[in-house]
Design a protein around this ligand. Structure first.
Ligand SMILES: [Zn+2]
Length: 107
């Protein structure tokens, strides 16, 4: 159902623009996860951030955790994850940036 051509409409409502952008962001998020190409994956993540910024959209929490904020590399094969003091430490295998995420311990 993709790639349908439509008559050019210069005016979309803000809501429509946002929902289209969000669709695009979700698509990019999925693509960056499934592609085996690291460079392509980074590109997708970068585009995702850019669209979000331009359209003033906050990325969903789960999306943001999937890649490095610094170099946009998707966490995965190259990254290391460890638990320390109740924090989840994710180290990017590409740029070495460490992100700490509070880890909820169920008691
Ligand atoms: Zn990185």
């Amino acid at each position: 159902m993709s790639g349908r051509a439509r008559a050019r409409r210069p005016e979309f409502s803000k809501f429509a623009m946002k929902s289209m952008a969000l669709d695009r962001i979700r698509e990019l998020s999925d693509l960056s996860q499934v592609t085996g190409d690291e460079r392509l994956s980074r590109r997708y993540n970068e585009m995702m951030i850019q669209i979000g910024k331009r359209m003033d959209i906050t990325l969903e929490k789960g999306m943001k955790k999937k890649f490095c904020k610094k170099c946009y590399t998707s966490y995965g094969k190259t990254s290391t994850i460890r638990l320390r003091n109740g924090m989840l430490e994710v180290r990017c295998g590409y740029c070495g940036d460490v992100r700490r995420i509070p880890y909820r311990v169920t008691r």
